[in-house]
Design a protein around this ligand. Sequence first.
Ligand code: C2E
Ligand code: MG
Ligand code: MG
Length: 722
Amino acid sequence: MTRVAAEAARSRRRGPPAELAAWQSMLHSLAEPAWIVDARSLALVDLNDAARKLLGRGGTGARIGVATDLIDTPEDQAFWADVRSGGAPRLDSETTLVGADGRLLQVVRRIAPLQRPAARPPHPLPARDLPSHHAPSHYLVQLHDRSEQLRQQQERETLLTELQATLESTADGILVTDLAGRIRAFNRRFAVIWGMPESLLERHEDDAVFDWMRRSVGDPHAYQRQLVALQESTLARATETLQLLSGQTLEMVTQPQVCRGRPIGRVWAFRDRTEIVAADRRIETLITTDALTGLPNRRHLGDALELALAHARRDHGGFAVLLLDLDRFKQINDSLGSDAGDRVLLEVTARAKTCLRQGDLLARLGGDQFALVVHRADQRGAEAAAARLLDAIGRGYAFEGNQFTLTCSIGIALYPGDGHDGGELMRHAETAMQRAKQGGRAAFRFHQPNQDADLRARMRLDHAMRQALVARRFRLVYQPQIEIGSGAIVGAEALMRWRDPELGEVPPTQFIAVAEESGFIIALGDWVLGHAVRQAAQWRSKGMPLKVAVNVSALQFQQADFVDRVAAVLREADLPGALLELELTESILVRGAGEALQRLYALSSLGVKLAIDDFGTGYSSLAYLKRFPIGKLKIDRSFIRGVPADDSDAGIVRAVIQMARALNLRVNAEGVESEAQRHFLAQEGCDELQGFLFAPALDPLSFEQRLASQAAPGRHLRVVSR
Ligand code: C2E
Ligand code: MG
Ligand code: MG
């Protein structure tokens, strides 16, 4: 026996060391399962409560059993064999054991010799290197139950794999970064969406990943700015749309990753919206485009007007809305078929497009109506655009051997003068367009607040007018027509007056426009004709044979039975045709010249005199004046107003008088208010005048008195009939 072994044997024989009690009290103070093993016999000396509970052991001393009863792995057997043979080993490893409840427990088991404090060397030495006379008498076995820890770890792992699976199964590309911007996690979809080699992510080449993203977006600078802003405010959430150079549209949603209330990074989700955006655009296009011409439709026009309004308000600028309606397009559809009609609409579209400036908008409102928004345009700009359109569309068309012309009528409303919103501008452009149609088509008209009075107000007026006719509220007044040379009253123009109990005195300029629009002018004109003719007959019967002039509207003149009506009225009143003069507008002559010509000759054959009213304001030309049996031109008041001071007005009036002379027509100057005007007209050889200088329109009785006083002896004026 070596000296070391002998010492060990001696020390064992010595019985339990005095320290055992201290060791045992230390054992029972341990919270984790532990027990003390006698090194010599390997008997379990004591187990603490945690160990008893865990392993289901009771009793004390030898009755409890030996060390290998509790854990009997080969490792433990080898260890205890080493102890028995006098070694001083230590053990610290994981193992499994079956608990009192039959559960398999995962534990770390640590076995170390218990040292006598007195025998402890000044410097601790590993037990194996202890001198033999220090061979330990007892060992402490401590268990650390890792079952719960392992269960949690396993749960975490499961959670992680589930999370990864979730990440992979989502349609979004996900990227997780930490506060420093380093990539912490990603899914495969992220690489796919960005068209990025996955290896960049797998190899953690963060800079290359971010560089790839920057180079893929359409506007890298804006993208970079967004990223910096997000990086700076760690708690910001954002949703952005990224346009990639590849044509893809990505939606980027980012939110902070927060742990225990503090941001620890950021989660970025990218969703490929390319298909949805394309579908949206397709639907938007279908909704806002006219199927035939591909032009924006009415709905789109509404949006475009909103935009134009916003810009104009911001810039304190203006724009024009032109409403274009093709003239007699129905005839083309009816005669050539709707296919040809469609082709004509396409041709019109192409021609109208040539009239656009950059930024202007052409829309088709449906049927044969188009609208044009001319940006930054004032009256002059709008006029230029309208003139271009009239010219482009008015040029000849040739389809399948058919040659024809097509014209259009255009109404114009200007912002800000003619309306505050798109609806109002469109309404005003529409009424102006209607006026262009009524004025003879193939022309443009601007919105005129007075004439284009609100539709509802016009409807109210129309209604009141119809009631007024039944209630006999209309009356006629007569304005003397004076022969300049003699100063004699040579005629009387019948002018309508209407005092309404509710509306008061309504001027004819206002109600006649409405009556013309609604067609009521036919009934009204008929009333005037009958009334004026009877008045003339009455004056004649009183010995005052005076020619009465009656205004005739274009619509009234176009009635198929107009000539018959005139003849009947004359016959009924027994008035010679020569005492009736009809004042026609120039538009009657321009429109449907052939039929008009026939009708004029028929009237002329009744002896009725014909005059052109408001001459100079329409389209009359010498050429066709010659063809009509017209006896008189009435120069419009607007030209007389300027004479003699205004050179241009004076020039026009002079030219009209000379032209009338050459054509053997009499000339009447309307609205003469001053002696200077009368003098000028007399000098230029004008035949007669009308105006406040001599008299306004008078009621029949006042007219008669005027006639009587002027015909009195000693006065130069006399009644003559021509
Ligand atoms: P118009 O046929 O050119 O009639 C002349 C207008 O000038 C009349 O206005 C008359 O009162 C006005 N006038 C005459 N002398 C002067 C003057 O010295 N100074 C000024 N400032 N004005 C003068 P009124 O009666 O208001 O009639 C306006 C228009 O209404 C007429 O213009 C005519 O176009 C239309 N109208 C009136 N009565 C009838 C009618 O019975 N049938 C139709 N179809 N139209 C009518
Ligand atoms: Mg007149
Ligand atoms: Mg007139």
